[in-house]
Write a protein that binds this ligand. Structure first.
Ligand code: SER
Length: 597
C-alpha cells in the first residue's frame, strides 16, 4: 500500500458513503489569529462544525497537510512527526456515532478496503466526567461490541485520552473514540494499554463526536447540531499496512534519509543516537519545505510561524553537526521532499527556487555562529555543573539567543544533554526587555486557541474584501491577494504589485473603502462551483478543483470574491477604515496594514 493508494482508498470509501471530496487547505490559517498552523483536518472546517453551511453539503472527506510541534521532543521515535497528512471525514450536522464507528470499522477491516486483522485492533472510548457532566460513552462502547470488538479490547479512558479539541482555547470539541493497532510487541507492564507510549499500541484513527462548543469563559455549550470529525494518520497507517516498524522506514522518508546519509557519510543502524538525529533532520527538513512552499508560505523570522520555521531549521542544522556535517547540506534532502510530493502538492514545485534559497540563507546565517555558540555553551557548563541548582541562567540563554541565534529550545536541548535545565523565566524576561519577540510570543499564540470568530475579526474580514477590490480599482487588475492575516487589532494584506504605493494611491484606496462602508451595502452569499464563480468574474485565488462547490460573497455591486466567510451582514457596521502602513513584503509583493475604528 502506498500513500497515493491509501489517500485514494479513503476518499473512495467515503464517497461511496455519500461524502463529497473537498480540498485540503493551507498550513497557515488565514483569518485565525490564535493558532499558527493547521494542526488537524478539522481546523479549516471549524465554522462549519459550528453551524455555518458548507457549500459541499453535510458529508465531506479530504486529506489535509498538518503541522504539530507540541510533540517535537518525540520526533524520531516510531510514530511522531511535526509534518503529517491527515485523512478525514466529517458529518456536519448529519450522521453521528453509529455510522461513524461502523464505517471506521468497515474501512479498517473489510478485505475490500484495508483488510486489517480485527484481532489486532483495540479501541478506546470516553469514561465520563463529573466536572463537565459528560456521561460515559456507553453508546460508543455498545456500537463497538455490536461490530465484533470484544469487551476486553474496549478501554474506557479519561479526558486526557478520549476528549478532542478544541484545537485551541475555544471551539468545537467532544468525547472521542480512538482506534489502535497492536504491533505485537510484549506489553511493557501489566498496565500497558492503548495510549501507553511504549510503542505496542499505535493510534491510527480518531472519531470525535463534536457535541460541545467550548467558550472563552471555560464553559461547554451543548451544540444542538451534532457533528463528527475524524482523522487518520496517513504515514502511520501506511507503516502498519506495509509492516514497517516506524514511519521513518516508509516511502515518506526513505528518499530524504538517503540524502542525509550521503551528506554525512553515516549509515543508519550503526548508532541509535545518530539514527535519531537523522530522523529529526528528515522530519524537520520536510516540515520546513512545507512551510516555505505553502500557498501562504513564509520565511524564517523571530515571530510567529517564522520563528517555528527558524527553530526547526536550526535544530536540523545542529543535528547535522552531531552527524559530523559542518557545512551546508539541507538543499539536497529538501529537493528530495519536493520531488516526492510535487504531484500531490504542486505549489512546492512552483516555489522550489524560493524554498531552496531560503533554506540556504538560513543555513548560512546559523552555521556562521553555531560553532562559536556551542563553544560558548561548553565554556559555561563546568561552572554550572559545580553549582547546586544545575540551571543555566536566563541571561546566558539570552546571550546564546541574541548573539549566536540559538532558539531557546535548542539551548534547552543542549542543556538536557548535560543534565541541566534552563531558567526559562529569566530568559523570557531578558527577551522581553530586548523586545525581540512580538507582544504575544510565538509559543503563547501556538498554545492559544481558535478565535471565536468574533465580531471584530468578522468586520476585518469584510473590510479585507473591500480593500482587495479597491486596490484593483486604483492599481489595476494585476493586484492579487498573496496572503492575509487578521487579528482583533488590525488586518494585514499582502498582494502582488511591483511599486511602492504613492500617498495619493493610498488615500484613494482608503476613500473607496470608506465610501463602500458608508453605502451600507448588503453582504450576501451564494454557493456555486469554482468554475461558475470564475465565469461570473468572482476573485478566486486559492487552489480548489474547478468543479468543487465554493461560497461566493457579494458586497453590493462592488465586490465578488470566493471565500469561506464569515462576513458582516452589511458594510455599514464596519466603521472607519484606515491604512496604517504600506511596505514591501517580498519581491513583487506589497504589504498593507490597516485598522478600523
Ligand atoms: N481532530 C481529531 C484529531 O486530530 C480528529 O481528526 O485527532
Amino acid at each position: 500500500m502506498t500513500g497515493k493508494e491509501l489517500r485514494e482508498k479513503y476518499i473512495n470509501f467515503f464517497v461511496s458513503k455519500e461524502h463529497k471530496q473537498i480540498s485540503g487547505k493551507s498550513l497557515i490559517p488565514e483569518n485565525d489569529p490564535t493558532v499558527l498552523f493547521t494542526t488537524a483536518g478539522m481546523h479549516p472546517l471549524v465554522p462549519y462544525l459550528l453551524g455555518e453551511e458548507h457549500p459541499a453539503g453535510k458529508r465531506v472527506v479530504n486529506f489535509q497537510k498538518c503541522i504539530r510541534t507540541g510533540d517535537i521532543d518525540s520526533v524520531g521515535d516510531a510514530t511522531h512527526l511535526t509534518f503529517f497528512e491527515m485523512l478525514g471525514n466529517w458529518s456536519l450536522g448529519d450522521y453521528f456515532k453509529e455510522e461513524a464507528l461502523s464505517w471506521s470499522h468497515e474501512f479498517l477491516t473489510s478485505k475490500e478496503w484495508l483488510g486489517i486483522n480485527v484481532d489486532k485492533l483495540s479501541v478506546t472510548v470516553f469514561e465520563g466526567e463529573e466536572e463537565t457532566g459528560v456521561p460515559p460513552d456507553t453508546e460508543a462502547k455498545e456500537i463497538w461490541k455490536s461490530l465484533g470488538i470484544p469487551e476486553d479490547r474496549i478501554y474506557m479512558l479519561p479526558r486526557e485520552d478520549n476528549w478532542w479539541g478544541p484545537a485551541g482555547e475555544t471551539g468545537p470539541c467532544g468525547p472521542d473514540s480512538e482506534m489502535f493497532f497492536d504491533v505485537g510487541k510484549e506489553a511493557c507492564s501489566a498496565a500497558c494499554k492503548p495510549g501507553c507510549s511504549c510503542g505496542k499500541y499505535i493510534e491510527i484513527w480518531n472519531d470525535v463526536f463534536m457535541q460541545y462548543n467550548k467558550k472563552k469563559d471555560g464553559s461547554y455549550e451543548k451544540m444542538s447540531r451534532k457533528c463528527v470529525d475524524t482523522g487518520m494518520g496517513l504515514e502511520r497507517t501506511v507503516a502498519i499496512l506495509t509492516g514497517k516498524k516506524s514511519v521513518y522506514d516508509t516511502e515518506f522518508f526513505i528518499p530524504i534519509i538517503k540524502k542525509i546519509e550521503q551528506a554525512s557519510g553515516y549509515s543508519c543502524g550503526m548508532d541509535p543516537d545518530k539514527d535519531i538525529s537523522v530522523r529529526i533532520i528528515a522530519d524537520h527538513v520536510k516540515t520546513s519545505v512545507f512551510i516555505l512552499g505553502d500557498e501562504n508560505g513564509i520565511k524564517p523570522s523571530n515571530v510567529g510561524q517564522g520563528y517555528i520555521l527558524r527553530r526547526i531549521l536550526r535544530r536540523a542544522i545542529r543535528h547535522g553537526r552531531k552527524l559530523g556535517i559542518t557545512g551546508q547540506f539541507l538543499s539536497s534532502p529538501a529537493s528530495a521532499v519536493i520531488e516526492m510530493y510535487k504531484d500531490v502538492y504542486p505549489q512546492l514545485l512552483e516555489k522550489k527556487d524560493f524554498v531552496l534559497k531560503e533554506i540556504e540563507v538560513e543555513e548560512e546565517r546559523f552555521i556562521s555562529t553555531l560553532a562559536k555558540g556551542e563553544a560558548e555553551f561548553e565554556k559555561m557548563v563546568p561552572n554550572i555543573l559545580k553549582g547546586k541548582e544545575k540551571i543555566i541562567p536566563g541571561r546566558l540563554a539570552f546571550k546564546l539567543y541574541d548573539t549566536y541565534g540559538f532558539p531557546i529550545e535548542i539551548t534547552q536541548e543542549l542543556a538536557a544533554e548535560h543534565s541541566l535545565t534552563v531558567d526559562r523565566e529569566g530568559f523570557d524576561e531578558a527577551l522581553k526587555k530586548h523586545q525581540e519577540l512580538s507582544k504575544q510570543g510565538a509559543d503563547k499564540i501556538f498554545k492559544g486557541g481558535l478565535a471565536d470568530s468574533g465580531e471584530v475579526t468578522t468586520k476585518y474580514h469584510t473590510a479585507t474584501h473591500l480593500l482587495h477590490e479597491a486596490l484593483r480599482k486604483v492599481l489595476g487588475e494585476h493586484v492579487k491577494q498573496k496572503g492575509s492575516n487578521i487579528t482583533a487589532e488590525r488586518l494585514r494584506f499582502d498582494f502582488a504589485h511591483q511599486e511602492p504605493m504613492t500617498p495619493e494611491e493610498i488615500k484613494k484606496v482608503e476613500d473607496i473603502v470608506n465610501q463602500q462602508i458608508g453605502s451600507d451595502h448588503p453582504v450576501t452569499m451564494e454557493v456555486m462551483t469554482l468554475g461558475a464563480a470564475k465565469e461570473q468574474g468572482a476573485i478566486a485565488f486559492f487552489e480548489t478543483k474547478y468543479e468543487e462547490k465554493v461560497k461566493v460573497y457579494v458586497i453590493g455591486d462592488f465586490s465578488k470574491e470566493v471565500c469561506g466567510g464569515p462576513h458582516v451582514d452589511r458594510t455599514g457596521v464596519i466603521g472607519k477604515f484606515k491604512i496604517t502602513k504600506e511596505q514591501s513584503s517580498s519581491a513583487g509583493v506589497r504589504r498593507i496594514r490597516a485598522e478600523i475604528e
